[in-house]
Design a protein around this ligand. Structure first.
Ligand code: MCN
Length: 776
């Protein structure tokens, strides 16, 4: 048996380079003669543009160009931005242009661009651009936007409704008729951001000799950028190369195609010089997609023992000013229903609403944290009203292991029924409760209360549809020296793909891990790719790596079987060699690659094609569902409103784990994201649509001192939907975290009768909730 790499706690192969400052991010790339861009952005949430005076900017020494939309020329100035996910359901009166045409619809919308010798000259010149605005009333709150007579986010539009979505199954009306109990949950989920360490950045360069345009972008979706750029610029894709070099975090918003990518491409072509732009943090707040406000109103019908009969309700979803991501974010807010529960009936509607705020896209979890928050708050509401243990209500409602594959009643994007593949939800919950010493919690809580201190314990369970298709391909090629070069379109923003893909390939080919090198996210190196989103790469690229490595393995076996004149089933690949099992007959895998490379003097053996290489495309037709439970223990200071996380437990099932260390890192990072959402982060706008939290002093991110010990347990129920039994892990930490923390705070504040229906639970809000409950 060769060395097992899958499941091994391997340190990330990319870290020595990244941790010693040798990463190569877009802004690190320097080119001779490179110019820098700065954007003029709308200062108003809503205004008509009467005119733009670029003359002072153009006159500044060092400025090469100052352009508004019309100056970009054809084809970019002719039409709006290419749409990433058009849908017939979308009502769209105004589509964003790469630079505003005659109206701005959010603070931060790009209006003009200045290109200069240096960034500081570009910034100075941008400040000299005079835009003559005629302000128009803005609409900021998505519920107010749906009121009759509300201002419209797009001038001359009939209203603010972008689309209406509906999901459901079963007979909801019957479920509510004569239901022993009906409870109502009203929730407000706030707008946040992603805040990767590296902001967005673009470098465009055009080679007049070859006509090739090369765009480096800190993107999660280089192939999408390529497709939409080619469409917008009306150029052949073969004249366009898009590379995502090292990317310092993405977390969702970098999956979008942005105006800056198009503007820089045109600038490089028009000026004949490389042009770069890297956003600053304020731009990240206002010009990089945020994640929505959402208002949820749910009703649940249940039995006296807490078993649910049905849920019905409505969601108002603040989409921001435009729809760069189509309806995907809105749809993923509904998709996780019914969570981990065997719900007999459901009816949900969702209004996608335009407001004069920054457009929204998925941020880690992509709507799932919000849906799971709503489901889990509903379960806690049942428990609270019926005087039951929240964990017990979950147990009574869970889908049970013997029910898999479990058809939920929901429909996938292609209209096929959603079926959860495998899992053991109760086991995850019970393991998490045990790890959290929940049995001892009542005593801890009582003892603390006797000293005027308030402890709370909250639980949340979740499912996550992962491994979204259609594919992510992988090419595997063995070199004459016995190295293995793995190429894929799948971009990495820190997920450790170079390690986990190497583990899968090394295991199949019987080579040392260090022999495998992974190159990714360069559209000239690998033909096709989708994006690193939706916790999909382990399932899609991981399975493709396995398929490609299997084909390479089988080819090496056929070669060696012929060479040693034995049956193929006697050949094994281990220790970098292709061996006849139980003998000392062997050949180095590199020698097989050399033989299959051929020379004039050495033809390729009959029956074998040249090259020890293969491309794998695993078609992900159904989504594996990860699952698990989180338990949070908190202490709330009722005087200051401060919430201290004392302990945090995650028990998680992502099927077969490729690399436990990486999965633990992903979950820890995901939980930290959830902690930020639950306690600190909030993107706030004033009534006029001015963002008031545009720096990290006002918009608080969790830091190491706020993070409790996070302990992680793994349950492995392999997915039957792919060859390695994998389910995704990249967002699972985030998805249940808000629900668990909020439940813990509510539990701590039980003596005051506080019911938590919104977050973040910053000190001010906690004190207000206690005061309001005391006054009631
Ligand atoms: N993995 C594993 N075993 C499994 C499942 C996953 O070892 N059973 C490993 C994978 O091989 C991969 C990592 O865990 O190295 C995450 O895998 P996966 O769940 O497939 O997620 P993706 O690689 O598709 O990454 C996307 C996901 C998302 S959607 C967001 S948002 C997110 C996240 O990953 N953004 C991140 N994690 C992030 N981590 C970092 N450092 N930076 C981001 O921007």
């Amino acid at each position: 048996m060769g060395v097992r790499h899958i499941g091994a706690d391997v340190r990330r192969l990319e870290d020595p380079r990244l941790l010693t400052g040798r990463g190569r991010y877009t802004d690190d790339i320097r080119r001779p003669g490179m110019l820098q861009a700065a954007f003029v952005r709308s200062a108003h949430a809503h205004a008509a543009i009467r005119g733009i005076d670029l003359s002072a900017a153009r006159a500044l020494p060092g400025v090469h160009a100052a352009w508004a939309l019309a100056d970009l020329g054809s084809p970019l100035a002719d039409g709006p931005m290419a749409q990433m996910a058009p849908s017939p359901l979308i009502k769209q009166d105004r589509v964003q242009h790469v630079l505003a045409k005659d109206e701005v619809c959010y603070v931060g919308e790009p209006v003009a661009v200045v290109i200069a010798e240096s960034r500081h000259i570009a910034e100075d010149a941008a400040a000299l651009v005079a835009v003559d605005y005629d302000t128009i009333p803005a609409v900021v709150d998505c519920r107010a936007a749906m009121e009759p007579g509300a201002p419209v986010a797009h001038r001359d539009a009939e209203g603010n409704l972008a689309a209406k979505l509906a999901v459901g199954f079963g007979d909801v009306e019957a479920a509510f008729t004569d239901a022993p109990h009906v409870f109502t949950v009203d929730l407000m989920q706030h707008r946040g951001g992603a805040h990767p360490m590296e902001g967005r950045a673009v470098l465009a360069e055009h080679d007049p000799e070859t006509g090739k345009l090369t765009v480096h972008s800190a993107t999660q979706s280089p192939y999408l950028v390529k497709r939409l750029l080619a469409r917008l610029l009306k150029i052949d894709e073969q004249d366009l190369r898009v590379v995502a070099p090292d990317v310092g975090g993405g977390f969702g918003p970098k999956a979008v195609f942005y105006p800056e990518e198009a503007v820089l491409a045109v600038a490089a072509m028009k000026l004949g010089r490389p042009v770069k732009w890297a956003e600053d943090r304020r731009e990240h707040f206002v010009a990089t997609a945020n994640q929505r406000d959402q208002h949820w109103r749910l009703e649940v019908a249940c039995e006296a023992d807490g078993r649910m009969r049905g849920i019905r309700g409505h969601v108002t979803h603040d989409n921001g000013a435009y729809l760069p991501y189509g309806l995907i974010l809105a749809a993923t807010a509904l998709a996780p229903f019914p969570g981990a529960y065997a719900l007999p009936s459901l009816s949900l509607t969702l209004d996608v609403v335009y407001t004069n705020t920054t457009p929204t896209t998925p941020v880690r979890g992509a709507g799932r944290p919000n849906a799971i928050f709503a489901v889990e708050r509903t379960i806690d509401c049942i428990a609270r009203n019926l005087g039951l243990d929240p964990a017990e209500v979950r147990r009574r409602n869970y889908i049970r292991p013997e029910q898999f594959p479990y058809v939920t009643g929901m429909k996938a994007r292609d209209g096929s029924p959603v079926a959860y593949d495998s899992g053991d939800y109760e086991h995850c919950l019970d393991t998490a409760l045990e790890m959290a010493d929940s049995a001892g919690f009542a005593a801890r809580q009582a003892e603390a209360r006797s000293r005027g201190r308030y402890l709370g314990l909250g639980v949340a369970s979740f499912i996550e549809d992962t491994g979204l298709g259609p594919f992510e391909g992988v090419h595997v090629r063995v070199t004459a020296q016995g190295g293995v070069h793995v190429t894929t379109g799948a971009a990495s923003q820190g997920q450790g793909h170079a390690t986990t893909l190497a583990q899968i390939v090394a295991e199949k080919l019987g080579v040392e891990l260090g022999k495998v090198k992974v190159t990714s996210a360069d559209t000239d190196s690998f033909g096709y790719g989708i994006a690193t989103i939706a916790s999909r790469t382990a399932v899609t690229a991981g399975s493709s790596a396995h398929l490609a490595a299997t084909e390479v393995h089988d080819k090496a076996v056929r070669y060696a079987a012929a060479l040693f004149e034995v049956e193929p089933d006697r050949i094994v690949l281990e220790d970098g060699m292709v061996k006849v099992a139980g003998t000392n007959q062997s050949i180095l895998i590199g020698e097989v690659a050399l033989a299959l490379a051929g020379t004039i003097a050495q033809p390729i053996p009959a029956g074998l094609s040249p090259g020890l290489e293969a491309t794998g495309y695993f078609e992900a037709r159904a989504t594996p569902h990860s699952s698990g439970s989180n338990v949070a223990e908190v202490e709330v200071d009722i005087e200051t409103g401060a919430v201290h996380l004392l302990n945090y437990i995650v028990v998680h099932d992502c099927g077969r784990v490729i690399n436990p260390k990486i999965v633990d890192g992903q979950i820890t990072g995901g939980v930290v994201h959830g902690i930020g959402n639950a306690l600190f982060e909030e993107m706030v706008y004033d009534a006029a649509g001015q963002p008031v939290s545009t720096n990290l002093g006002e918009y608080l991110l969790p830091t190491a001192t706020e993070i409790p010990p996070i302990r992680i347990g793994h349950v492995e129920t392999p997915s039957p939907l792919n060859p390695l039994g994998i389910k995704g892990a990249g967002e699972s930490g985030t998805i249940p975290a808000i629900a668990a923390i909020v439940a813990a705070v509510e539990n701590a504040l039980q003596p005051f009768g506080v019911v938590v229906d919104r977050y973040p639970l910053n000190p001010e809000r906690v004190v207000d909730m206690i005061d309001a409950a005391r006054a009631a």
